[in-house]
Write a protein that binds this ligand. Structure first.
Ligand code: NDP
Ligand code: 8X3
Length: 249
């Protein structure tokens, strides 16, 4: 299989690239940081092809796909993994610029990648799209505001893809993890405050990027008559909180 992974310069995406290659597949690894892509490509060898690509830039997506040589152009699996959270402040104190960046990356970027690659899958009658959602797309929490809303979009877009793709042979899955450590997610969210990012995982045994990669691999390699619509996964140490009630006592 040829697997196109967005956001392969870190975290889940890099782990997924390693998992697919270790299992004999070829990966198109993409992201904005070229040095990271080159390092991963050097590690993975001929089974990996680096592509500098910003999912918020439609010209960048088109250029990357147009420049694929024939032997890399039949994409069997698209993993829309690139994404980010910015900030943990309440809505009324959050940065509109951060909100725009999350929407541009997590929603518009994911949609643009899907629209660019889906027609060829449908024409061939096979393919799998795996979108990275989040527990935040279903469960609101303080400071989640626009991040959670973008992941709710991912969930609903994926289910609507399912509605459109029935009968085409193309599959779509929303893979929605909870607390996952060992990636740059919290460092990005907390704007480089690495001490605060480390505290997010203090005293927990979070999911790992390898857990997510193994799940994506399982989804992509199931017999073709099976479509996993959505998976929500959490570390065992995470659960649901109560609804909040502000009492005037
Ligand atoms: P990381 O921050 O470790 O990795 C994010 C990746 O996204 C990087 O490779 C980054 O690459 C890429 N990226 C960000 N913006 C863009 C862009 N505009 N264009 C292309 N690539 C971009 O995060 P994780 O691996 O933890 O998260 C991956 C996905 O999983 C995200 O969608 C996240 O929301 C989701 N998720 C994460 C969870 C967690 O707890 N870690 C839990 C649930 C979901 P570069 O900067 O080089 O472009
Ligand atoms: C990342 C998981 O719980 O920090 O999507 O929102 S969480």
């Amino acid at each position: 299989m040829i697997v196109f992974i967005t956001g392969a310069t870190a975290g889940f995406g890099a782990a997924m690239a390693r998992t697919f290659v270790q299992n004999g597949h070829k990966v198109l690894i993409s992201g904005r940081r070229e040095d990271r892509l080159q390092a991963l490509a050097a590690e993975l060898g001929a089974a990996a092809r680096p592509i500098v690509l910003d999912v918020t830039d439609k010209a960048s997506i088109k250029g990357a796909l147009d420049s694929l040589p024939a032997e890399w152009s039949q994409i069997d699996v698209l993993i829309n993994n690139a994404g980010l959270a910015l900030g943990v402040t309440p809505a009324h104190e959050s940065s509109l610029e951060d909100w725009d960046t999350m929407i541009a990356t997590n929603c518009s970027g994911l949609v643009a990648m899907t629209r660019a690659i889906l027609p060829a899958m449908v024409a061939r009658g096979s393919g799998t799209v795996i979108n990275l959602g989040s527990v935040a797309g279903d469960t609101p929490y303080p400071g989640g505001n626009v991040y959670g809303a973008t992941k709710a979009f991912v969930e609903q877009f994926t289910l609507n893809l399912r509605a459109d793709l029935v009968g085409t042979g193309v599959r779509a899955t929303n893979l929605a993890p909870g607390l996952c450590g060992g990636t740059e997610f919290s460092n990005v969210r907390l704007k480089g405050n690495d001490a605060a990012a480390a505290k997010v995982y203090e005293g927990t045994e979070p999911l790992t990027a390898e857990d997510i990669a193994n799940t994506a691999y399982w989804i992509a390699t199931l017999p073709v008559h099976i479509n996993i619509n959505r998976i929500e996964m959490m570390p065992t140490c995470q659960g649901y909180g109560p609804l909040t009630i502000k009492r005037n006592l």
